[in-house]
Design a protein. Structure first.
Length: 319
């Protein structure tokens, strides 16, 4: 999740005032001094959004929270055969509707043109959706002649480079896959490279605000920091250890990292140096996290049949 002094993708633009400003294509990145508010500390509890209720009869998860155009979009998939998934849209104070009925998606992001980028296990690919008509196109569909396992989470750099994780959690959704569970880089020309194929089930992924560090958690219990040099991630080091069932991540405008831990039903907040700052608890398993709301200070958390919200004092990134 990257913000740099250069002109940045529409939804990765960090501002201190409001999400409305984030979504304006005409503004440039705000200087760090404009970041307002204090990061959370201690123990906090988020509350369920009553308007968001399960849309399926079978068990499943909500995933891939992303705030755009004044609404929260998230994936809603079940554990039935093929892991069917739809993208739903929640407008605070309004209705919950279906934006894309058969998306086959998990993690979500938004590109500089306002299109939805989705990690799609149904297609074993990284996909782009036009929210106006639901049309899908491939962003990346293969590596070395083989489809991916089950693309999971996404981070987009300032220049449009996309990073995503490819564990095997929904590998059974369709035939084929990779020999490793990997972290991939998709260049602006579409070329795909493997960043790291040594970790079991990499999951949550994010970029530091300056774009110089790629953060990835995995089933090894670590958030690993990969230095990005000339746009290419280098060998990483473990920044945070002891993460339990790590899942999606986001950052606030101070660069603090918000890490969801699935089974422990919590989000932990860490400084850029890896120091634990806060714990946010919920009442079910969690999957992902994003900032949104009118002022950009509401933290949204997706999970098992629920979405939670927590007003904070600090702004953050919309996925």
């Amino acid at each position: 999740m990257s913000v740099s002094p250069r002109r940045v993708p529409l939804v990765r633009l960090l501002v201190a005032a409001s999400v409305a400003a984030v979504l304006s294509p005409a503004v440039s990145a705000a200087p760090a001094a404009s970041c307002s508010g204090k990061a959370p500390s201690g123990e906090l509890k988020a509350e369920r959004i009553a308007a968001i209720t399960p849309s399926r009869g079978e068990p499943g998860l909500y995933e891939g929270a992303v705030w755009m155009n004044g609404a929260l979009y998230f994936s809603d998939f079940s554990f039935s055969q093929g892991f069917p998934s739809r993208v739903r849209k929640y407008t605070p104070g309004g209705d919950v509707t279906t934006a894309i009925e058969d998306a086959g998606s998990n993690g979500l992001a938004v590109d500089a043109n306002g299109a939805l980028i989705a990690a799609t296990h149904k297609y074993k690919a990284l996909s782009r959706y036009d929210l106006a008509d639901g049309k899908r196109t491939n962003v990346a569909s293969q590596f070395q002649g083989q489809v991916f396992n089950s693309p999971n989470d996404i981070a987009i750099a300032a220049d449009g480079t996309i990073y995503f994780t490819d564990p095997d959690y929904q590998k059974a959704a369709a035939p084929g896959g990779q020999p490793v569970t990997g972290i991939y880089r998709v260049a602006t020309d579409g070329a795909v490279t493997l960043v790291d194929g040594s970790r079991k089930n990499p999951n949550g992924i994010a970029l530091s605000l300056d774009g110089k560090t790629l953060y990835v958690n995995a089933s090894d219990g670590a958030v690993r920091a990969y230095p990005v040099k000339d746009g290419v991630p280098q060998a990483g080091r473990d920044l945070i250890k002891g993460i339990e069932n790590g899942d999606g991540m986001t950052l606030d405008c101070h660069g603090n990292l918000y890490v969801t831990e699935h089974a422990p039903k919590r989000v932990r907040v860490f400084s850029p140096q890896g120091r634990e700052l806060a714990t946010i608890r919920v009442d079910a398993n969690v999957t992902n996290v994003a900032f949104g709301g009118v002022d950009g200070k509401t933290l949204y958390i997706t999970g098992a049949g629920a979405v939670w919200q927590l007003p904070l004092d600090v702004t953050g990134l919309p996925y």
